[in-house]
Write a protein that binds this ligand. Sequence first.
Ligand SMILES: *[C@@H]1O[C@H](CO)[C@@H](O)[C@H](O)[C@H]1NC(C)=O
Ligand SMILES: *[C@@H]1O[C@H](CO)[C@@H](O)[C@H](O)[C@H]1NC(C)=O
Ligand SMILES: *[C@@H]1O[C@H](CO)[C@@H](O)[C@H](O)[C@H]1NC(C)=O
Ligand SMILES: *[C@@H]1O[C@H](CO)[C@@H](O)[C@H](O)[C@H]1NC(C)=O
Length: 502
Amino acid sequence: MKAMKISSKFVLLLLFITSSLLFVSSQTQVRDTDQESFTSIVISQTGLDFIKNLLITKAVSAIIPLQLPKIEKTVKIPFVGNVRMVLSNITIYRIDVLSSYVKPGESGVAIIASGTTCNLSMNWFYEYSTWLVPVDISDKGRASVQVEGMEVGLTLVLENQKGSLKLSLTDCGCYVKDISIKLDGGASWLYQGMVDAFEGQIAAAVENAISKKLKEGISKFDSFLQSLPKEIPVDDHASLNVTFVDNPLLTSSSIGFDINGLFTPRKKASVPNYHYKNLQPSVLCTDQIKMLGISLDAAVLNSASALYYDAEFMQWIVDKVPDQSLLNTAGWRFIIPQLYKKYPNDDMNLNISLSTPPVIRVAEHNIDATVYADLIIDVLEADKVIPVACISLVIHGSGSVKITGNNLGGSVKVSDFTMSLKWSKIGNLHLYLIQPVVWTVIQTVFLPYVNAHLGQGFPLPIIHGFTVQNAEIIFSTSKITVCSDVSYAESQYLNQLLVYLQ
Ligand SMILES: *[C@@H]1O[C@H](CO)[C@@H](O)[C@H](O)[C@H]1NC(C)=O
Ligand SMILES: *[C@@H]1O[C@H](CO)[C@@H](O)[C@H](O)[C@H]1NC(C)=O
Ligand SMILES: *[C@@H]1O[C@H](CO)[C@@H](O)[C@H](O)[C@H]1NC(C)=O
Ligand SMILES: *[C@@H]1O[C@H](CO)[C@@H](O)[C@H](O)[C@H]1NC(C)=O
């Protein structure tokens, strides 16, 4: 085995990559604060290591087997004459990455894989004619080549391009340190000494082929990132706007992304135009070991509230209750005697509609919601719906949040409610008598309905194939932060990428 000096080019590249990360901090990123962002995602060093390992595994399996171009050479050897040597079918069939690291800095993300080894196989062929023997001499066989101590380094820059992420490669280098070639077959002992002439060429071919593959790979990965949808569908009515706002924010140990994060209607027809105060979100994960932090501003929840309000989701006709006698005027005989007198034994229903979108607040330790609703008492008489009274309700609830799969879901409990009479066609009502009935309706109809929807939750902005694990939820003033690890399972997205790379 013959060791080659570590390429000085590579040392220069390493210096360049490292210095560009350390010293470009003066070129502070200009962050466009006009753009609204209500969700921030921060990938910690642990998360970056996880992604880097995943990408390296994917890249290696996409690269091999890699065929290198044929190498041909004619050398003049004393007493022998011209010897034509051909190396063909040179194939890298195995790559092992010994160690690697990823380091974000202000100007980009450096990924360095060192101590990488490659195994290659190839066919060798020698041909010459000499005055010693009257015929051409040729010989051939197989050879195995081991490349050791290969260093691969790249610097990637992530930028926001019209709301998508653009990935570009600013530096890329691949340097082979040691190479050893072992010939098999034919009179290999005779030619083994001559193969040294090929080391440099094989090393250069490996370097070129790997650099080229990486450049192609990064460009495919860029197309993949740009093809990520800007909206994640939530249901028939809503999607989540996951448009990137600003450039990613790189620190020495994390990458942060700001996305719009608000709910938007799927049908273009009704666009609610609510304005939210933009409180430059930041992520607060106390546990630095967690891979990922996602912070949602309360505005995200309020955008959902506004959207479903607009989608007329928030209106119910209650015609079934656990105690069905409550939906007949006879059941209200003692509560509202005049109702029974005017419409004896008629069926009723309750029309509950929200008068404004529920207001959701996130505080240090909890999340609460205030719901303003109108409850109209309808009497059903011979196919006619006769509204007889309307009660305004203000319901206060407190919520809890949980993670199910990649969804953020929750549930609410009613803490208290107040009621007032808005209008009545049947005279004054004794609200204190009606209160227990309304309480029952809220508990048995309204809450189960709301919780069934909240329970499903809405998707967190996470790429397909990754799943949130060991999530922890932190409340702070006007913000919910999910701190978690992620696991990866094969997904169509990344497999598509793999197909691209091949
Ligand atoms: C080329 O190399 C591959 C893998 O090493 C081997 O399977 C194949 O038989 C070789 N082809 C020729 C023509 O030698
Ligand atoms: C690949 O090369 C390494 C040395 O670099 C050697 O230890 C290993 O056995 C080789 N693997 C195969 C499958 O040939
Ligand atoms: C999504 O967010 C971006 C960035 O804030 C914004 O420009 C765009 O109008 C939003 N799209 C919708 C449909 O609201
Ligand atoms: C329920 O009440 C609202 C007004 O609060 C009204 O617009 C709606 O038509 C009513 N629905 C039914 C089915 O009576």
